[in-house]
Design a protein around this ligand. Structure first.
Ligand code: S3P
Length: 187
């Protein structure tokens, strides 16, 4: 597969979506490095701006307060150029965020797909797993995943990652984004 490190000029942002453990941060950092773009994790930006952690926001103010902050953060970040942005697994639960992601100009939304059990296993191997409030609520994981799936699948690109390394996933995204843009180009 040919690897291009330059995307067509009219994509100036790639947004990675997918459930917790999909690999958004790992793949995003690697993708940004290859493209020589900036990488940002919307959750990390939110924590920095609010001076608190997501777990604290959930426990003190509840999930809906977190979703509002998350939506504001993502809306602001969608104005940046040459950006790879990883957004939290539940960002697409907010209707305005879904619309903002899919309608933002020069923005390619990529869904990193994998079976739920693969992603839970990945999360459990990460040191920060314990501080993900949504992951701790085990009883609701499957229903949350099922409810989110149709929204994730509206992404411009879907990459099945279960058997791919992060580097393979990056190669696929770069190759597919080029293909997508070629299809967009009038004959
Ligand atoms: C959440 C996923 C987390 C974070 C928050 C809520 C979710 O991000 O935004 O804990 O609702 O799935 P990651 O998907 O990066 O773990």
């Amino acid at each position: 597969m040919e690897i291009r490190t330059q995307l067509p000029a009219h994509i100036s942002r790639i947004v990675l979506i997918g459930f917790m453990g999909a690999g958004k941060s790992t793949v995003g950092a690697l993708l940004a490095e290859q493209l020589q773009w900036q990488f940002l994790d919307a959750d990390a930006v939110l924590e920095e701006r609010s001076g608190t952690t997501i777990a604290e926001i959930f426990s003190r103010h509840g999930e809906s307060a977190f979703r509002r902050l998350e939506a504001d953060t993502i809306r602001d970040l969608l104005t940046r150029q040459r950006l790879v942005l990883a957004v939290g697994g539940g960002a697409i639960e907010t209707e305005t965020t879904r619309a903002a992601l899919l309608c933002a100009p020069e923005t390619c939304v990529v869904f990193l797909e994998a079976p739920l059990e693969v992603m839970i296993a990945r999360c459990e191997q990460q040191p920060g797993a314990a501080v993900r409030p949504v992951l701790q609520d085990r009883g609701r994981l499957q229903s949350r995943f099922d409810a989110r799936l149709p929204h994730y699948r509206k992404a411009h690109l879907v990459v099945e990652t279960a058997t791919l390394t992060p580097a393979d996933t990056v190669r696929k995204i770069i190759a597919s984004a080029v293909t997508l843009m070629k299809e967009d180009t009038p004959a």
